[in-house]
Design a binder for this molecule. Structure first.
Ligand code: COA
Length: 186
């Protein structure tokens, strides 16, 4: 049973990313600024290398950044950025705008296509900070929900998404229904 299925979820979680959003840039533990930056020819190799910092089990949960960046270039609906803590690359985030299904992703709204935080930066608020920035920018565009998919298993990110206030929609993906669709509404 998944963490989502076994835990009573609170949609009014006062610490949810939606509730916690502020116009300021979030800070990682230690006070360094979290920013989302375009990937350039100069930085792409460093961002790809971040995948090497995940455990084998975590790498089963999210595509390598090199694959994600390639996927983005074959989609008309992808938006992606590197996550920085201070001046250091610390992760990767990619959204699908939900309007073009040619790339195989079917969702009614904006979808968190990929998210990873490099091993050394995990557990210091970087993932939360990145989602807060996305929520803030979606809010500004009049969008009020963000969908995501959540894999199951020992390294599932389900507890992270629960903490942020995501709830299951009841939709499952994958050949074995092993990925559940979740949504954050504000
Ligand atoms: C899931 C992931 C993105 C979380 O990023 P992170 O920066 O480590 O998470 P944060 O530090 O922002 O955590 C936010 C909250 O979630 C909690 N949390 C995060 N991961 C958790 C876990 N595995 N178990 C329990 N709680 C967890 C944190 O304790 C924190 O709670 P708090 O705000 O009450 O202190 C990161 O662990 C990761 O990249 N994992 C591997 C790839 C992956 O699974 N990506 C998602 C694909 S769908």
């Amino acid at each position: 049973m998944s963490a989502f299925q076994s835990t009573q979820l609170s949609q009014n979680n006062s610490r949810s990313a939606a509730a916690a959003c502020t116009p300021q840039r979030p800070l990682a533990e230690g006070g360094q600024k979290i920013t989302l930056r375009r990937i350039t020819a100069r930085t792409v190799a460093d961002i790809c290398d971040l995948s090497e910092t995940l455990t084998t089990e975590q790498r089963a949960m999210v595509a390598d950044n090199a694959i994600s960046i390639a996927d983005a270039h074959f989609s008309e609906s992808a938006w992606f950025r590197a996550i920085y803590v201070g001046e250091d690359p610390a992760g990767f985030i990619m959204l699908h705008n939900g309007y073009d299904y040619e790339d195989g992703l079917e969702c009614h709204g904006v979808f968190l296509w990929r998210l990873m935080v490099a091993g050394p930066y995990q557990g210091s608020g970087v993932g939360r900070g990145a989602i807060e920035m996305i929520v803030e920018s979606l809010k500004a565009r009049g969008i009020s929900e963000l969908y995501a998919g959540c894999g199951q298993g020992p390294s599932s990110p389900a507890p992270f998404y629960e903490k942020l206030g995501f709830v299951p929609t009841g939709v499952f993906y994958g050949d074995d229904d092993d990925e559940i669709e979740i949504v954050l509404r504000w």
